[in-house]
Write a protein that binds this ligand. Structure first.
Ligand SMILES: NC(=O)c1ccc[n+]([C@@H]2O[C@H](COP(=O)([O-])OP(=O)(O)OC[C@H]3O[C@@H](n4cnc5c(N)ncnc54)[C@H](OP(=O)(O)O)[C@@H]3O)[C@@H](O)[C@H]2O)c1
Length: 334
């Protein structure tokens, strides 16, 4: 199975947006994690540079890191309305506030494409306000990468439904999902006592894929299609900012080298930021992949995720658990 164009790992964001400009015109896109020098930032800028979105909603932790992106979009294309909304995905109160602000903004009638791109990787053990169903604390990577996006998307979901048919939800995951399945028996690493930063990233990225899978299994693809995307290895972003604390990258490389059936040479082909954003944009824009809702993409094509990340039973289990943890139902049925 492949996506519509002969795109490869070297394809850039601009090439993808130019090819699918009709899927951008007059539509509203929401991108989390659109800070400077990030994949989300490049995704948003490329949409404005090469096509005519009506609105770009860019929720984020700090206007400082988002301002250069917003300024660049305004300089390139004055017709695009850009909305900044303060959002800290590690904090359920901030996440609720941000989502409700978007939900209640009368200028934003509908959201055609949600791109859940924000993320943290390889952090030291940090607890958040989220607790598992037994009241034990959860840590930062699962909270930001999965729970925050799950709660945020569930609150803005009525506006995504308004954009159907043809709406999309794209979760940015990682090859790192192959480090581990979701650890349903000990989501919070025994309150930190058994913390492993690689497994914490891995389970959060597996959760990104399972969430897309569940959405695809429960919503007709013509209404809202959902995808999970591995963008590739991109060293120019700020994702590895905790390297000096945890040594994540070095340890992760050693774990990957021991994985059976993984072509390590291919993984070493590093991308620049525009090449990293391109697969996200294929998932968001390519009309030909709609019927493959639930798929995992890499290198601008439909790829293959680990079985446990595509497994229906796991997706249902994670969904139910996530609803319990965030304390509300995801309004998937109208
Ligand atoms: N780069 C890679 O090689 C690679 C590989 C595989 C997957 N990915 C995935 O790609 C996505 C984007 O990563 P990137 O490389 O662009 O990294 P990045 O430059 O670090 O960007 C991550 C973005 O997420 C935001 N963010 C972090 N914590 C947040 C929070 N608590 N609330 C709201 N926003 C938060 C950051 O905001 P601030 O500016 O406020 O920090 C930043 O804008 C991530 O989901 C990552 O897992 C990246």
């Amino acid at each position: 199975m492949s996506a519509g164009k002969a795109f490869t790992w070297t394809t850039t964001s601009d090439e993808v947006v130019k090819a699918y400009a009709d899927s951008v015109k007059g539509r509203t896109f929401l991108v989390t994690g659109a800070g400077t020098q990030s994949l989300g930032g490049e995704t948003a800028i490329s949409l404005a540079r090469n096509a005519s979105p009506a609105q770009l909603i860019l929720p984020g932790r700090s206007l400082n890191t988002l301002s250069p992106v917003i300024d660049e979009i305004k300089a390139i294309n004055k017709n695009v309305k850009v909305y900044y909304v303060p959002l800290d995905l590690s904090d359920p109160s901030s996440t609720r506030r941000a989502a409700e602000e978007i939900l209640n903004n009368p200028e934003i009638e509908k959201i055609d494409v949600v791109i859940n791109c924000a993320g943290v990787m390889g952090t030291p053990y940090i607890q958040t306000a989220y607790k598992d169903k037994d009241g034990k604390p959860l840590e930062l990577q699962f909270s930001v990468n999965h729970l925050g996006h799950f709660l945020f998307t569930s609150i803005i979901f009525p506006k995504v439904r308004k954009a159907a048919p043809g709406a999309r939800i794209v979760n940015v995951t990682s090859f790192g999902h192959r480090f581990t399945a979701v650890k349903f028996d000990d989501l919070g690493f025994s309150a930190g006592a058994k913390y492993d930063t690689i497994d914490a990233y891995g389970q959060s990225k597996t959760a990104n894929i399972l969430m897309a899978r569940y959405l695809a299994d429960n919503i007709p693809s013509k209404e809202i299609a959902s995808f999970a995307v591995h963008p590739g290895g991109i060293m120019e972003t700020r994702l590895a900012r905790f390297e000096s604390d945890t040594g994540f990258v070095q340890d992760a490389i050693e774990r990957i080298q021991k994985m059976p059936d993984v072509n390590y040479d291919v993984l070493q082909q590093l991308k620049n930021i525009p090449q990293g954003a391109s697969t996200i944009l294929v998932a968001a824009l390519d009309p030909s992949i709609e019927a493959q809702s639930g798929a995992y993409l890499d290198d601008c094509q439909i790829g293959t995720a680990a079985e446990y990340a595509q497994n229906k039973e796991n997706s249902e289990k994670l969904w139910k658990l996530s609803e319990e943890i965030v304390g509300q139902k995801f309004p998937i049925s109208a």
